[in-house]
Design a protein around this ligand. Sequence first.
Ligand SMILES: CC(C)(COP(=O)(O)OP(=O)(O)OC[C@H]1O[C@@H](n2cnc3c(N)ncnc32)[C@H](O)[C@@H]1OP(=O)(O)O)[C@@H](O)C(=O)NCCC(=O)NCCS
Length: 158
Amino acid sequence: MTIRPMQAADIAPIVAWMLQIPLWQRYGFTAERGARLFNRAFAQGDLLRVADLADVPACGFCRVVLNGAFARSPYLQLIGVHPDHAGLGIGAALLTAAEEAVRPNHRELFLLASDFNTGAQRFYQRQGYQHIGTIPGYVLPDVDEYLFWKRLSTPAES
Ligand SMILES: CC(C)(COP(=O)(O)OP(=O)(O)OC[C@H]1O[C@@H](n2cnc3c(N)ncnc32)[C@H](O)[C@@H]1OP(=O)(O)O)[C@@H](O)C(=O)NCCC(=O)NCCS
């Protein structure tokens, strides 16, 4: 598996499989919204990483908005793996790569997980993230967003 920076050519194939993911269907994700989202992410210099398997390009990705949490800390806004390749460690490799990329300049990483997305919550907890708060009905009126946080280094180390 290789983790590399996302290219503009990755947008269309990634958006195509994102449309199949029930989580994002519930949030009203469409091809148009996906293209807009990634174009904005490139324009504002977000951290965008893609995972390739030897025979499957662009089967996972993540997006980190560098000052997206409190105009201070990086915020992992999206992470996803093609449904046919989930559970193989691709998500863990992407998350580790994102942490390594921000660690030189930031001490922590924040993210949100939907209350019903117990698989992702388990995934984040296993990666060392703590559930530190809940934002009721923040994005969808009937879904609470769980705020997760991981300290990447202590103040003394940075
Ligand atoms: C969550 C996700 C990024 C994890 O990537 P992955 O490559 O499957 O993860 P890994 O192989 O490194 O780790 C496996 C763990 O991921 C989680 N996971 C696996 N499939 C999942 C799915 N379809 N939905 C949510 N979490 C899932 C589980 O915690 C799993 O551990 P388990 O086998 O003990 O249950 C990926 O499954 C995914 O894209 N899910 C759908 C979108 C999503 O929920 N994104 C996160 C919120 S933005």
